[in-house]
Design a protein around this ligand. Structure first.
Ligand code: ZN
Length: 250
């Protein structure tokens, strides 16, 4: 079984289209949340994401954009974008956002969990080995996929040693892959990165493929029509910063 793992699309239709066109063959799509918020095409992105896959975990922006989370929790730029998104979303899409389950969701037997933030708290950011310690210790599952930080990579432990998982790339313009072999007796927290608003200094869209026969995670980056996404954000009257940050991958 091969799962395409997507997270943090953030209403970026150009990025989602590039990822779906570039993704290698897969059987299922697991979506780790923040389908909407920040970008200019929330309705189109929800339609495409739902066509592509049925396993979803809700993100904080998904909750904010359908009224399940107060906008006071957000910084001013994120709050303005969430308010704009609420206004343009169709009633049907708002209803759909409201029913996405909180993580962890177990889409593939007793080994695998999917969450948006941390396994222990859906809103927590797992940025460092220190953040990863408690969730990896307490996880009921060995292989855990998370998003929320928009940083591709992750963390692993065999019980006495801890590792950072950092994909290595050579280009900043081409599509690239980095394969990670999953070892027995190691527990993993893996972040596929953000489809629509990467923050690891690489502007290319990020995603991952999990293969439970080969026992591999392949991290992928793919260029997309960023200028189109930026122009759509400006035309929509969303904050400029949401357009400029796409170029920097920050
Ligand atoms: Zn996000």
């Amino acid at each position: 079984m091969r799962a395409l793992i997507l997270s943090d699309i953030h209403s970026n239709l150009q990025a989602l289209n590039a990822v779906l066109a570039a993704a290698p063959e897969h059987d299922v799509v697991w979506n780790l949340g923040d389908v909407v918020g920040y970008g200019a095409n929330p309705n189109e992105v929800i339609d495409r994401a739902r066509e592509a896959g049925v396993v979803f975990v809700r993100g904080n922006h998904d909750r904010a954009c359908c009224g399940l989370l107060s906008l006071e929790e957000f910084n001013p730029v994120a709050g303005r974008a969430a308010k704009w998104t609420r206004n343009v979303l169709s009633a049907e899409h708002i209803e759909w956002l409201r029913q996405i389950p909180a993580g962890p969701v177990m889409p593939d037997g007793p080994q695998v969990s999917c969450v948006h933030g941390s396994l222990l708290d859906e809103d927590e950011y797992v940025m460092t080995l220190r953040d990863a310690w408690a969730p990896l210790h307490e996880a009921a599952t060995r292989i855990n996929f998370f998003g929320h930080t928009h940083l591709q990579g992750g963390f692993a432990t065999n019980g006495h040693e801890w590792f950072r998982l950092t994909p290595r790339y050579h280009s900043h313009t081409q599509a690239e892959e980095f394969e990670l072999k999953l070892r027995d007796n190691v527990r993993y927290l893996v972040n596929p990165g953000s489809v629509g608003q990467p923050r690891d200094g690489d502007w290319r869209s990020a995603f991952a493929i999990y293969d439970d026969t080969q026992m591999t995670v392949t991290f992928c980056r793919v260029p997309y029509d960023m200028r189109h996404a930026q122009a759509s954000i400006m035309q929509a009257g969303l904050p400029d910063r949401l357009a400029t940050r796409l170029r920097d991958g920050r």
